[in-house]
Design a protein around this ligand. Sequence first.
Ligand SMILES: O=C(O)[C@H](O)[C@@H](O)[C@H](O)[C@H](O)COP(=O)(O)O
Length: 268
Amino acid sequence: MSTPQLVVHRDKELMAQAAAARLITKIVDAQAARGSASVVLTGGRNGNGLLAALAAAPARDAVDWTRLDLWWGDERFLPEGDPERNVTQAREALLDSVPLDPARVHPMPASDGPHGNDPDAAAAAYAAELAAAAGPEHYRSEAAPGGGGVPAFDVLMLGVGPDTHVASLFPELPAVRETERTVVGVHGAPKPPPTRVSLTLPAIRSAREVWLLAAGEDKAGAARIALSGAGEIQAPAAGAYGRSRTLWLLDAAAASQLPRDLYPPASA
Ligand SMILES: O=C(O)[C@H](O)[C@@H](O)[C@H](O)[C@H](O)COP(=O)(O)O
């Protein structure tokens, strides 16, 4: 478990731009070291804000987009092309503007896809897709269907909800309690739409680095709770950490309720 590091930026625009620059560097370094990179995207305003900032970044094409594997941390279980789907919003923000290899882009299934209107079947299919992409050295949850397994994600990004949810893991609901499966269907989510598909905490924690994005006054309470020792069932963001790094990227508003000892030295 890596101790959370915090970086606080002046406002949400600067946080998105700085996070985008950070992600470009991380991807470029991974591609230089291993020939490819693997990133997990998140939905929501902060996640999409980062993608839009990346699309506009001067160094954007330092990334070899053809050697980037993209996965999702969660998805709203809606028909293909629905404007509310995270993948639809990611395409609009960035993905349609860069030359990705379609075979390396892995959206979560839609509700009108091959698995029908069944989020649990869709979740099992995505878990199998992750397991197929995982090498022997990667995280494997033996008890999971198909032996579990997820690729070694270089960066897994998560927006943080005002209730401390991450992905579609909401406080006290069954999905955040999952300890074996890597992907689950979510029913009755308090954030609409109610039906979703989500990575679980074991899958999230298999990532090399987990970056949590929190900007805005409405995230200040969530940041304080998640970073002050709350349990992961009551505060799922508290259970989101990477194998080698856990990085909270905040703006000043979201950091405004942090205890002084948690607040990092002056950040831009
Ligand atoms: O499907 C979703 O809604 C997201 O994956 C969700 O986990 C989001 O990241 C948080 O709710 C934060 O959203 P905002 O950045 O819009 O506050």
